[in-house]
Design a protein around this ligand. Sequence first.
Ligand SMILES: Nc1ncnc2c1ncn2[C@@H]1O[C@H](COP(=O)(O)OP(=O)(O)OP(=O)(O)O)[C@@H](O)[C@H]1O
Ligand SMILES: [Mg+2]
Length: 269
Amino acid sequence: MNDLHTNNHVPVIDILGITKTYDMGKLKLDVLKGISLQIQRGEIVSIMGPSGSGKSTLMNILGALDQPTTGAYNLDGEDIAKLSQVELARIRNRKIGFVFQSFNLLKRTSAQRQVELPLIYAGSRDRAKKARAALEAVGLEDRLDHLPSELSGGQQQRVAIARAIVGDPSIILADEPTGNLDSKSGTEVMQIFQRLNREQGITTVFVTHDPWIARHTQRVIMIRDGQIVADQPVAEPLVAGEAERPSEAEELQGIFEAAYAPSEAGAAD
Ligand SMILES: Nc1ncnc2c1ncn2[C@@H]1O[C@H](COP(=O)(O)OP(=O)(O)OP(=O)(O)O)[C@@H](O)[C@H]1O
Ligand SMILES: [Mg+2]
């Protein structure tokens, strides 16, 4: 095992003091205010935080879709700031698979063709075969010719995941991938992410608003107002599909109890 060659001890994602400021003319908007973060190869991590706290902005920087205003980013040991637009696009294509809340599929394109597209840009061979294998990996081998309108939401998201993994990425970045799904489809999607992570060691970074989804990852990073306010391991990560999600009624009851139950000291009888 030669670490110099396998790079196993270099974090896949290594950012130091990242800031992002949007210049809106008179107004300067400081969206990220100095974020430092290391994510190791094979980790599965979730990022949580209120709306507008900067999660998507951070994900776009992690995915080399956008450049930080200041700060350093080493992606798989490579200094991103030094790369040209062309080199950035090449790295994105080779190393990163993106999944979005709104699936981002082409309306009039079959599942098989959607998944072949990144391979066409990359100029790879055996595109049809690789696309079929990726669709099989997400359980859609019998939906190759379907258009997005002929698929359920969960199935459309699985096409998007097949498209993200077909190029054999080392990292998957998923921005609220279960945000538009019912809980059953959300669980199926989590099962796929966990399996890809377990079997292929794909480093996976999720944004989610759902604490239940976050409990299926190994580590939760909380962002508030452009800064990391907590970064903790999940004590016992759940295996998707194994644990029963508490019913909404139970969750609500928990909330009501916390809000309305008389405190120990003040309790009558
Ligand atoms: N291109 C841009 N130009 C100017 N301001 C932007 C731009 N993109 C995002 N912002 C601002 O940056 C802040 C953070 O946005 P971001 O999309 O990162 O939030 P988020 O945490 O992903 O929120 P949500 O949970 O709602 O998706 C917001 O106040 C937003 O208005
Ligand atoms: Mg967002």
